[in-house]
Write a protein that binds this ligand. Structure first.
Ligand code: NAX
Length: 326
């Protein structure tokens, strides 16, 4: 049986995510599941309501449901931790304030993971700013391997994949080798140089380099804001889907020559990115829950410059939190 904790369990992403997990979507094989719902003190009644709805789905794989606000209890023996809970950015709030406020949450969660979770736990941070939150949690879970921590880049990858399929008149599954380098923010770098459509370089299918360097990158970087403008709320079901796929990719052998995007610890990376960052890289897995960074992808001058910018942003986020939170 796999124990899975979801934080922010009464939030809008969790309201899609929990049901996908309970249905068995995290793994390519059938696996009995114990779900641990974690959220702030005072949300117990809502968590109970969500637990009741989960029961009412009569999911065959869902064997146990636990909920509460005590991190040590909810993180006890978990195999997978999806850290979704975070404070939304309020009006007039600076990015630095958000970094500090949310960073504090991840200090406690990192410690609780280190002391209570299974030693092989795989952690995916969704709550924003997810790369730096992940760095903080990883730094405070010193008993756990740093390579077991991920920040979610998959929604950006999926958005880029869908856009390339539309523009290139292809099916989504015919778009491959997409990397989102760097930070899950407006500086992220969707890599059109190495992406393929129907086994050909995307640049040879959509013969319009200025579209890639302009509209394509900007649309992906600003897609989150466009959803908020249209829906009045941030992405939720698509974020939940991406969280499911982030985990599922770790438990599914990556087909030869392909990869998926995840932000992982940059220590020892093959691209010369500064160490001690959580940075979006191309990753592949043997399906055992672990991954390696795919080496040897080429960057053209344009990508190289953009990747330097996103790296700089991540370094500045780290500088912002390092005194108090690292
Ligand atoms: P909601 O506001 O619906 O839910 C947030 C949840 O977090 C609530 O259950 C709340 O009780 C909990 N929470 C608030 N403060 C907390 C604290 N101090 N400690 C623990 N839990 C706390 O947000 P939702 O739409 O579910 O989004 C959750 C997070 O995902 C946000 O940070 C959001 O920015 C982030 N996202 C990340 C994405 C990604 O691709 N990495 C995309 C979607 C989303 O924007």
């Amino acid at each position: 049986m796999k124990r899975i904790v979801v934080t922010g369990a009464t939030g809008q992403i969790a309201y899609s995510l929990l049901f996908r997990i309970a249905h068995g979507d995290l793994f390519p094989h059938s696996e009995p599941i114990a779900l641990h719902l974690s959220d702030l003190l005072g949300t117990e009644a809502m968590m109970e309501g969500v637990a009741m709805e989960l029961e009412d789905c009569a999911f065959p794989l869902l064997k146990e449901i636990h909920f509460g606000s005590d991190l040590e209890k909810q993180f006890d023996q978990v195999d997978i931790a999806l850290l979704v809970g975070a404070k939304p950015r309020g009006p007039g709030m600076e990015r630095a304030d958000l970094l500090m406020d949310n960073g504090r949450i991840f200090v406690d969660q990192g410690r609780a993971l280190g002391s209570a979770a299974n030693k092989d736990v795989k952690v995916v941070v969704v709550g924003n700013p997810c790369n730096t939150n992940c760095l903080i949690a990883m730094s405070h879970a010193s008993t756990l391997p740093r390579q077991n921590f991920h920040a979610m880049m998959r929604l950006d990858q999926n958005r880029a994949q869908a856009l390339l399929a539309r523009k290139g008149s292809a099916e989504v599954e015919e778009v491959k080798r997409l990397t989102i380098w760097g930070n899950h923010s407006a500086t992220q770098v969707p890599d059109f140089v190495n992406a393929t459509i129907k086994e050909k370089k995307a640049l040879d299918v959509i013969k319009d380099p200025s579209w890639f360097q302009g509209d394509f990158i900007e649309t992906i970087q600003k897609r989150g804001a466009a959803i908020i403008a249209a829906r009045g709320k941030s992405s939720a079901a698509s974020a939940a889907n991406a969280a499911v796929e982030s985990v599922r990719s770790l438990y599914t052998p990556t087909p030869a020559g392909e990869w998926f995007s995840s932000a992982v610890c940059s220590d020892g990376n093959p691209y010369g990115i500064e160490e001690n960052l959580v940075f979006g890289f191309p990753c592949r897995s043997k399906g055992d829950g672990n991954y390696e960074i795919v080496p040897d992808l080429e960057w053209d001058f344009f990508l190289k410059e953009k990747i330097a910018v996103t790296q700089k942003e991540l370094i500045s986020e780290r500088v912002c939190v390092e005194k108090e939170l690292l």
